[in-house]
Design a protein around this ligand. Structure first.
Ligand code: SAM
Length: 356
């Protein structure tokens, strides 16, 4: 199967597909990807060497303005895209989804339309987004997305998934939309069936990066630059005092709070660990977090919490990617194991490609 990876980031879906290929020989090869961020592209190229000959489409908006002919030349079976969600949070001030230029979702639709008009509709689509997309603008945004896909002949399935259900120690709730042009009688797609299938069939031999709790992957000693300053103003900041942040961090969590892409500091907010806990596994309820030895998770640990490998961070670093960018990329990417489970369910368990 040929895969087009839109808003590719560091290629979370590509990685899930690569692992599935390794474990089962299921071939989902990424023939083209679109990404605008030069740092993400550096990491993408470094950690997916097999994509050396894949087409790099760059900015999807620019691509869609001039490159329809090239889109027609691509044979695509699966389109994936975690379209950026900023437009939804600020849409109150804009026309939001009612403005066709208001969101990059319309760039995905454009590709689907071009292929449909060509008589080669893309049979499968997987989209990922934040949970809030389902409730944004009283559900109107999500309704528009579903209706737009249905108008192009797709049956749309969706549900909320949590990375923590897929052997990753991170609470990360995400909306996954699966849409298909195929008619699949008695087919269901939701987090329960995907999770149950994953748990039923999971084997340690699978190539996934797994952990049951964050402590499983915390290195006992790391570069001191990851230690948190003890300055009273910084400690007050991370304790959520005098800030408007709604997320007040807890410390020494077994299951990490959602990694975010906002910045290095916010990316690890809620994911601070006392050196005592890292070394002994004991939680001391009398700890004074204003003075305790604390550190944030490292970029490597954030990659592991998304199902990537230590080796990926080494490769990205060798390509010149900074810690700040690595944190951002980890916060942005798909949780690999969750998409491995989705692809496993669709193409190995349900074998939908063999159905009419
Ligand atoms: C939520 S992230 C997706 C992460 C990705 N799925 C992964 O596995 O790493 C959205 C990505 O869309 C990219 N992006 C934003 N605008 C874009 C555009 N006009 N064309 C292509 N990519 C764009 C961002 O740079 C960001 O990496």
């Amino acid at each position: 199967m040929n895969h087009l990876e839109l808003f590719a980031g560091i290629g979370g879906l590509s990685r899930a597909a690569e692992l599935l290929y390794k474990d089962f020989g299921t071939s989902i090869s990424t023939i083209a990807y679109s990404e605008i961020d030069k740092h993400a592209i550096k990491t993408y190229r470094a950690i997916h060497p097999s994509h050396k000959y894949s087409l790099s489409m760059g900015d999807l908006i620019e691509w869609n303005q001039t490159k329809d002919e090239q889109t027609r030349s691509l044979d695509i079976d699966l389109l994936s895209g975690g379209f950026p969600c900023q437009t939804f949070s600020s849409a109150g001030k804009r026309a939001g989804m009612l403005d066709p230029r208001g969101t990059l979702f319309y760039e995905i639709l454009h590709i689907l339309e071009v292929k449909l008009q060509q008589g080669k509709p893309i049979p499968y689509i997987l989209l990922e987004n934040v949970r809030g997309l389902t409730t944004h603008d009283k559900g109107n945004t999500f309704r528009t997305i579903k209706t737009s896909l249905e108008n192009l002949g797709y049956t749309v399935y969706w549900d909320l998934f949590n990375a923590a259900d897929y052997k990753l120690a991170q609470n990360r709730n995400r909306l996954i939309i699966f849409a298909t042009t195929k008619s699949l009688p008695s087919f269901t797609f939701n987090s329960t069936v995907v999770k149950n299938t994953f748990n039923r069939d999971y084997s340690k031999d699978w190539s996934l990066t797994t952990q049951t709790k964050v402590r499983d992957i915390l290195k006992p000693t790391v570069d001191p630059k990851y230690n948190l300053s003890k300055s009273p103003s910084y400690r007050s900041y991370i304790l959520g005092e005098n800030t408007t942040y709604r997320t007040v961090p807890k410390f020494d969590r077994d299951i990490a709070a959602t990694l975010t892409c906002k910045s290095d500091r916010r990316a690890s907010m809620g994911n601070y660990y006392t050196l005592d806990y890292i070394q002994t596994g004991n939680r001391d309820s009398s700890v004074d977090y204003k003075t305790a030895d604390l550190r944030k998770i490292t970029p490597t640990e954030s990659f592991l919490l998304q199902g990537f490998r230590e080796e990926d961070v080494k490769l990205a670093r060798s390509a010149g990617v900074s810690d700040t960018q690595l944190y951002k990329q980890a916060g942005n990417t798909y949780s690999v194991n969750m998409f491995y489970a989705v692809l496993y369910y669709l193409f190995l368990d349900q074998r939908i490609q063999e159905k009419q």
